[in-house]
Structure formats: C-alpha cells, structure tokens
Design a protein around this ligand. Structure first.
Ligand code: ZN
Length: 492
C-alpha cells in the first residue's frame, strides 16, 4: 500500500521535474520566438501534475494509509502529501483557472503601472488578486485569521500571531541600529574598476566548489534574475548574472544560490522525490542561502582567505584596496527604497512593512486604495525615507501581481533561522571561524547536511529549529549578530 503511494507520488514529482526543466530552459537558453509554445507546454505539464496529485486514486491511497501503522519517516511523507492534497482539493477547478487567468493579466497591468509609476492602473487588478486569494483562504480554512491560510502554504504551521512578535523585536532593535549607523557619518571607500566577466565566473565557480557544490550534479548558467532549481538531488542548477563594473552581483548571487543548491544536493537519496527528500519549507530553504551569502560570505574570516585570491583575479581594480576597506565596502548599510538592493541590516525592515500591510489587507483593516499612502508612511517610520514615486514604493515587487501573498515573511524568517542555525554550528564545530578563515568550508557543509539537509521535511520548520538548535525560533540570534558585526564596523 505504502509502496503504491510512493510510486504514484514519484510519477507526480517526475512530471513536476519535467516542468522545472522547461522553466529553467525558459530562463536561460530558450530562443525568444518559442515563448508562446513554451507557455502551452508548461500549462499542460502543470495541469497534469495537479490532476495526478488530486486524483481519486491518490485520495483513496491517503485514506487507506491513514489507518495503517507507519514508521516515522513514512508518516512524515503521508502527512506532507496529505497537506498539499487537501488544500488543492478544496479549490474548485474553476477558481484555479480564474486565478491563473487573472494573475497573468494582473502581471501585465503591473508591468505597465510600474513603468508609468501609476498605482491607479494596477489597483483594480490588485483588488481582483486579493479577492481571489481571500476566497482561497476561506475555502482552505484557518483558525485565527485569513492571512494564516496563505502563510501556511509556504511555511507549514506559520501563524501571523506568532510572526508578529518576532518582527516587532526586529523593528525595536534594527530601527535604532540603522539610525546610529546614519549618525556615525562613516562611509566605506567606493570600489571601482573593471571586473572581466570570465574571471568573475571562474572565481564564483571556485567558491561554489569549495562550499561543496557538486558540478557533476549541477551547473552554473546566466539568467536575468539569479535562481536555483532542483529537478532531483542529482540535478540541481544555479544561475547568476554578471556586471563588469561590479563583481558583487554575480559573486553574492552565486553564494546565495549555491547555498540553496547545497540543501537540495544534500537531500537523502533514499528519499528522493518524496517530502522526506525535499525542503522543510520556503523559509528553511532561504535560511540555507542566506547563511552562506551573509553569515559566511560577508564575514571577515571568509575574506581573510578569499580576498588575496580575489585581488589576484582583479589586480587592476583591487590592487590598492586593503582588506579592511573591501570588507567595509561589501557591508555598507544605507536605507534605500528597493528591497532587493537593500543591505543585511535594512533588508528586514522592508519585509516587516510588507508583512504588516498584507496582514491588514486580509483582515480588512486596510484596503487597496490605502496602499500608496500606507506604504510611504511605513517607509518613513521604519527607514526614515519616503519614495519619490510609487515605482520605487508600493509598485516595486512582482509578488502581488502574481497574487503571491504570505510569501514575503519567509525571507526574514530565513534570515532568523540562518542566524540561529549558524550560532548552533559555531557551538558544535570546533574552530569554525578559524577554519572558514583557512578556506575550509566543508565542515560547515557537513554539519548542515547532517543536521538539516538529510532530514528533508521530516520536521515542520519550527520543530526542525528546536531539534537543530535546542530552542524555538527567536529573533535574538539575528539581532545580536547584526549589532555585533555592524556595531564594530560603524563604531556605534
Ligand atoms: Zn533565495
């Protein structure tokens, strides 16, 4: 019975991997003229994935398995598949189609509205996306507030009531830290010069290799927005983008995406294509990328080892830049309008803003027409700046145009998990920082693999955190990390 369930599930996952490969190709090598044909191919595959998943056969298998004795790993697989199955089954096909139809039109409207910095053009479409997602929340159900139904989709078990105090704690300590940094008047020296693309690629590849990214089970390509996509633990691909005037985009893109990829390459092969061989949640996935990108990749020990090598690769641009100046330059803090360009400190304030707004939209405390003013007021409260127009404000992100509500908080939860995991690793791995300072990155990869990657979705995210760190998720690790690191840099 269980074997039949797994065989059925693997069909779904295999088909899903075919879709992922088509999407990867679309973002990397697809000739532009085939866009419409590719959209057809993707629609067909995703329709088939959905049909197979919510089929009566799958329903009957889940039903029968619910009464059987299962070992804990089997039970975790059944639990996670049932979660998705029940949610999808509660959504009538007509609603799913309506969401798909509306979001692509809403996205087009958003592109035009952002270009013209004209919120009014997007507002009616945002209303529609919001109404549809409110219907999803009502149909799928929640205990406390409608927004929880959306959060739970990305972060099993997440509740707004639990996230709010974590974000309050961030707000209370990060806002004064940003203000103190501003008052310090310290500024890093700008790094300027040319960074030939080919050398950037070679350097990024070397770091990914040192992290333990397996190029025999993955590859590195170029796309407009960096991403990582895993078809199977034996095929996990990453992308980045190159700017010859600035090496940071490509380098930190590679560190970030390779962090995601190590998670997927580290899944237990015995459990490939089942929840036991998949990520515990979106935020746990993000914790792996942010841990490598920020806690390791923007740290002083890391650059003690890698900076001489980076300098060797770019002697014209970095020849007269000292390690300290370089370290300061990659850790500059400055309030800015655009989330995706924000530094480690201010980034989370952008997420706090979005979380508060989304929660209010779903509870009815705010309406779409309030958004531009609400956005600007919160920007002023949190970051002390007001966007000059809505393109640099409420219209900047693509998420709401796709009807993705409840996704933003996972970015900050990922940062919080990353800091808490890293603190546990530093307690358990002897001389962790000294090893990173010698370019020995594998002990950390091994620890993450054993404690997190191999466990797949065995635990719910909060339980995984308790298991790995001995404590529930808490903002204090992240905030102390920021205060120490940036306090030292800015003398605050
Ligand atoms: Zn990421």
């Amino acid at each position: 019975m269980y074997e039949r369930f797994i065989a059925k599930l693997k069909e779904v996952r295999t088909l899903d991997a075919v879709g992922s490969l088509l999407s990867w190709d679309q973002e990397t090598y697809m000739p532009p003229k085939t866009a419409a044909a590719r959209a057809e191919q993707l629609a067909l595959v995703s329709g088939l994935v959905h049909e197979k998943l919510v089929s009566d056969e799958m329903g009957a298998l889940l039903e029968e398995l619910s009464g059987r004795p299962l070992d804990p790993e089997q039970a975790a697989n059944v639990r996670e598949v049932r979660r998705v199955f029940e949610r999808e089954r509660k959504l009538p096909t007509e609603l799913v189609r309506e969401i798909a139809r509306t979001r692509s039109l809403a996205h087009e409207a958003w592109v035009a509205a952002r270009k013209a910095a004209d919120f009014e053009r997007f507002a009616p479409w945002l209303e529609k996306n919001l109404a549809l997602q409110k219907e999803v929340a009502e149909r799928t159900g929640y205990e406390e507030e409608p927004y929880d139904a959306l959060l739970d989709w990305y972060e099993p078990g997440a509740r707004a009531r639990r996230i709010a105090p974590l974000f309050e704690a961030l707000r209370a300590r990060i806002v004064p830290l940003v203000q103190a940094i501003g008052r310090s008047g310290k500024r890093p020296r700008k790094i300027q010069g040319r960074f030939p693309l080919e050398r950037q690629r070679a350097f990024g590849e070397r770091i990914a290799r040192d992290m333990g990214y397996d190029f025999e089970a993955g590859r590195l390509d170029v796309s407009a927005h960096p991403f990582c996509t895993g078809m199977h633990p034996t095929d996990v691909r990453i992308t980045t983008r190159y700017d010859e005037a600035d090496f940071r985009d490509s380098l930190f893109g590679i560190l970030h995406e390779a962090g995601h990829a190590l998670y997927e390459q580290g899944f237990d092969p015995r459990h490939a294509q089942t929840p036991m061989g998949e990520a515990a949640s979106t935020a746990i996935h993000e914790s792996q990328s942010r841990l490598w990108e920020n806690l390791v990749g923007r740290s002083r020990p890391f650059w003690r080892h890698y900076y001489p090598l980076l300098r060797e690769a770019f002697p014209e641009a970095l020849g007269d830049v000292a390690l300290d100046d370089f370290y300061f330059a990659i850790n500059e803090v400055e309030p800015s309008f655009i989330r995706v360009e924000a530094d480690e400190v201010t980034y989370n304030l952008h997420i706090v803003l979005r979380f508060e707004i989304e929660r209010d939209l779903f509870s009815g405390r705010a309406s779409v027409s309030d958004l531009p003013a609400l956005w600007n007021r919160k920007m002023e409260e949190l970051l002390g700046i007001v966007p000059p127009d809505d393109a640099k404000g409420v219209l900047q992100d693509t998420h709401w145009s796709w009807g993705l509500f409840g996704y933003f908080p996972t970015y900050t939860l990922g940062n919080l998990y990353a800091a808490q995991f890293y603190a546990a690793a530093a307690r358990e791995i002897p001389d962790l920082e000294a090893r990173i300072g010698r370019g020995e990155l594998l002990p950390l990869r091994e620890w993450l693999r054993e404690r997190i990657h191999r466990r797949g979705a065995f635990f719910r995210p909060e339980d995984l955190c308790r298991d790995v760190t001995g404590a529930p998720l808490d903002a204090s690790h992240f905030v102390s990390y920021l205060e120490q690191k940036f306090g030292a840099l800015y003398g605050t």
